[in-house]
Design a protein around this ligand. Structure first.
Ligand SMILES: [Mg+2]
Length: 215
């Protein structure tokens, strides 16, 4: 793992966990979350999956080049192809099937339970809240998180800083008491650092199991 501006005072922090690729690692499931919406979009537009994937990649690449190298989430990229965030939420609710891929993770549960004794754990995901809830149920950690902030909470997705601003105001907590924890620097960490929070880049699931050593 890599840490960025984690507060020196590590009492009563707000730990903002990303979900996919952070709380679990499952290549096939993660890939399906990207491929299935692109397949549906391709069908709507009368294009092949390969053609649609290439167009979306190109759009994201160009967006990044004209926005100082920042990343664009898939949900945000889809809006440029006529799929609103609201429509995207419906698609994800139908297409994401965590029950097919994920199992309870007792090591994860134990690590998160320890952290929750002294800190507030929140889930911040680019998936809709309902998909997040189903995913946490599959992993059997749904009761440990105080709140789930998803694509439908603010109508925007990370790396949009609005989410971090919302959290800070909702919990009446200053940015420097928050730490964003996730597997993608551009999406999970960079916007949190810009907002004044700390960040922890998770490079493998074992990093989550070892987080208790840090806090
Ligand atoms: Mg992730």
């Amino acid at each position: 793992m890599k840490t960025f501006n984690v507060p020196a005072n590590r009492q009563k922090l707000f730990l903002l966990f990303d979900m996919d690729g952070t709380l679990y690692s499952h290549e096939e499931y993660l890939q399906s979350q990207t491929d299935l919406p692109i397949k549906r979009l391709a069908m709507l537009k009368g294009k092949s999956f390969e053609q649609m994937s290439a167009e979306i990649s190109e759009y994201r690449k160009n967006w990044s080049a004209s926005n100082n190298g920042k990343a664009l989430s898939l949900a945000n990229a889809f809006t440029a192809f006529g799929i609103t965030i609201e429509e995207n939420i419906k698609w994800r609710n139908e297409l994401c099937q965590p029950e097919k891929f994920l199992k309870p993770d007792l090591r994860l549960r134990s690590a998160l339970e320890k952290l929750s004794v002294s800190h507030t754990l929140l889930l911040v995901t680019n998936n809709p809240v309902s998909v997040a809830h189903r995913t946490l149920l599959c992993l059997e950690v749904q009761d440990i998180f105080k709140n789930i902030i998803g694509l439908d909470t603010c109508g925007v997705s990370k790396p949009n800083k609005v989410i971090f601003d919302y959290l800070s105001r909702f919990y009446r907590v200053s940015a420097d008491r928050g730490v964003s924890i996730g597997d993608r620097y551009d999406i999970d960490i960079a916007p949190a650092l810009e907002f004044g929070m700390g960040g922890i880049l998770v490079e493998k699931i074992d990093d989550i199991y070892a987080l208790g050593n840090l806090f």
